[in-house]
Design a protein around this ligand. Structure first.
Ligand code: KIV
Ligand code: ZN
Length: 354
């Protein structure tokens, strides 16, 4: 049976952590509305404790974008949680996302905390957040470099304290699809509450595997995917949500899962985020780059003209691109040249084409 996958968009939080990206509050509200209309189930609107601007953006998005859940980020720190409570107090669908790092390198070098101290913090901050929100998401930051048995302990503590969503972040883009799948199988086997909560993933793209890792997690029990539009985000960025949506559509036979995304709105949304982030879409960006529906070489152009599906696994229209193109280049063949000539009014015979 097909399952429903929630899309959690963090373009306005992790996406804004991209060097050089600064969205104004008005842009954030406009983008949040477009992302909600695209079909995201949850929008992470910001990190309210970080600045007055972030606080105001989360507050206004929580009040004004009402067709989607709006979540605010907090460290496992009381003042962070209080800032989210204050920002989302009037929001009709406000939620909170609390995180603390669990990996040895983060515990020892960043937090200077023992495993026991981290567990105590999780217990205290998740239960405090739960007193104020019906929906609490918890993330053990750097989960994929955490000892697996300690990760189980951290996750079970968060569930017992009231978290209904457990997010497994691949904070440094370190894992790969096989290993991530195995980690999920281990969590499923060792967490008796696994089916009672929603498991989410948040993948970074340091080794170019963020989309692949996110997709693999669907096959191992995750039902929420976190990411950004165009894959923007800290360092090499996050899972590009439009890539996940397109892969789920093209390979529905494989993933057997549904989502609420209106794929036809993808290209317009990608262009808008690119413009507001002042980050041009790379020509070869999967799904939305300008080369994705263009065919340059003679063999490809000939095959495409005979049957578009020879070289296109999804139609441009399905993601909101007007049409494919066959630009004439150094490797173009006579079939494409004849088509171009016909377009401008010349019917050329095969002999003349030679
Ligand atoms: O990459 C990460 O671990 C994060 C957390 C806050 C979920 O962004
Ligand atoms: Zn992140």
């Amino acid at each position: 049976m097909s399952k429903m996958i929630q899309f959690f968009d963090t373009t306005l939080r992790d996406g804004e952590q991209t060097i050089g990206v600064n969205f104004s509050i008005e842009d954030k509200i406009m983008l949040a509305q477009k992302i909600a209309d695209w079909g995201a189930d949850v929008i992470e609107a910001g990190f309210p404790v970080a600045s007055e601007n972030d606080f105001n953006a989360v507050r206004r998005i929580g009040q004004e974008v009402t067709n989607c859940n709006v979540i605010g980020l907090a460290r496992c720190v009381k003042k962070d949680i209080d800032a989210v409570i204050k920002a989302l107090t009037d929001a009709p669908h406000g939620q909170i996302h609390v995180f603390i790092a669990t990996s040895p390198i983060h515990r020892e070098s960043k937090l200077h905390m023992t495993q026991e101290q981290v567990i105590e913090k999780i217990q205290a901050c998740v239960s405090y957040a739960r007193q104020h929100f019906d929906h609490v998401e918890f993330s053990p930051e750097d989960a994929t470099r955490t000892e697996w048995n300690f990760l189980v302990k951290a996750v079970r503590t968060a569930i017992a304290a009231g978290a209904e969503v457990i997010n497994i972040p691949d904070t440094t883009g370190y894992t790969n699809p096989d290993e991530f799948g195995a980690l999920f199988d281990y969590l499923k086997k060792n967490i008796p509450e696994f089916d009672r909560v929603t498991f989410s993933v948040h993948c970074h793209n340091d080794l170019g595997m963020a989309t692949a890792n996110a997709l693999e997690s669907i096959r191992h029990g995750a039902t929420r995917i976190e990411g950004t539009i165009n894959g923007i985000g800290e360092r090499a960025g996050n899972t590009a949500l439009e890539e996940v949506a397109a892969a789920m559509y093209v390979r529905h036979d494989f993933y057997q899962a549904e989502n609420h995304v209106d794929l036809k709105k993808t290209y317009e949304l990608a262009k808008l985020v690119s413009q507001k982030a002042k980050m041009p879409l790379p020509h070869n960006k999967p799904i939305t780059g300008t080369n994705v529906f263009s065919h340059e070489s003679g063999i490809h152009q000939d095959g495409f003209l005979k049957n578009h599906a020879t070289y296109e696994i999804l139609t441009p229209q399905s993601v909101g691109v007007a049409h494919s193109s066959i630009p004439l280049g150094k490797l173009s063949g006579s079939h494409a040249v004849a088509v171009k000539l016909a377009e401008i009014g010349y019917q050329v015979t095969k002999a003349d084409m030679k």
